[in-house]
Ligand binder design. Sequence first.
Ligand SMILES: NC(=O)c1ccc[n+]([C@@H]2O[C@H](COP(=O)([O-])OP(=O)(O)OC[C@H]3O[C@@H](n4cnc5c(N)ncnc54)[C@H](OP(=O)(O)O)[C@@H]3O)[C@@H](O)[C@H]2O)c1
Length: 255
Amino acid sequence: MFRLITGKPGRSGFGSASTAENVTQGIDATNFTAVITGGASGIGLETARVLALRNAHVVIAARNMDAANEAKQFILKDNKNARIDVLKLDLASVKSIKAFADSFIALNLPLNILINNAGIMFCPYQLSEDGIEIQFATNHLGHFYLTNLLLDKMKETAKSTGIEGRIVNLSSIAHNYTYKGGIRFEKINNKNRNFQVFQLFPVEECPSGAATTCYVALHPSLKGVSGNILRTATSSSRAGCTKGSLSQETMGIQH
Ligand SMILES: NC(=O)c1ccc[n+]([C@@H]2O[C@H](COP(=O)([O-])OP(=O)(O)OC[C@H]3O[C@@H](n4cnc5c(N)ncnc54)[C@H](OP(=O)(O)O)[C@@H]3O)[C@@H](O)[C@H]2O)c1
């Protein structure tokens, strides 16, 4: 908490005031292709912008193509050489995920980095088109299926280039407040879910941000590191993120 408030750097050398640009300074990602789910807004957009700034080829995967094209133009405005593609992806639809994976593979691009960033929470009860509670379908099953469909491509890329692939899953500190016994699969579609505990956390305090995402995606100090949780803490609001300005994003990486 002390580090969070003061911005004192952690073991990574970055602190709670570090931005996505700070943590990727000097990194050349020319040889990398990254897919970012939910890359048309919020943390995903800032991630897309900064990876493109470091010369990565970025594929924005979004369910709203107007927003995705706007995001592309937003990035190109300040970075005319940015390599950005947009592809449709609705994580709440198995059909759409399969179509996205097919379209991506048809592009014949390498895949070095997959950033599973899109997410929803506190949404009203709804089932996905496949009949699964919408938040679980989007955040978990959708990304699980997507990752599986893209895994061979990532392995193939890693093998042919000798550069390890990276999969970055965004999460939330809210995972500390879930059922102790684990996911209640048999109740996943239950209408009477109790989200009381989450309501204790204002959205503005959500602990994540583009700085950590970009650090995990590109930083050489994480070479060979796998299965770790890296924690951010942010004082920025969602609105702040959406503007692509994460100057308030804060970060304290914990291995
Ligand atoms: N902001 C924080 O402080 C914070 C804290 C903890 C964790 N996180 C995590 O960080 C990630 C990004 O957060 P954020 O604040 O940037 O969220 P956000 O501004 O709400 O953006 C979420 C993105 O996910 C997309 N999305 C939602 N449902 C989708 C679907 N079915 N298919 C494809 N894309 C979909 C949204 O697209 P639409 O515009 O079409 O809805 C949007 O682009 C999330 O996973 C979130 O849980 C954020």
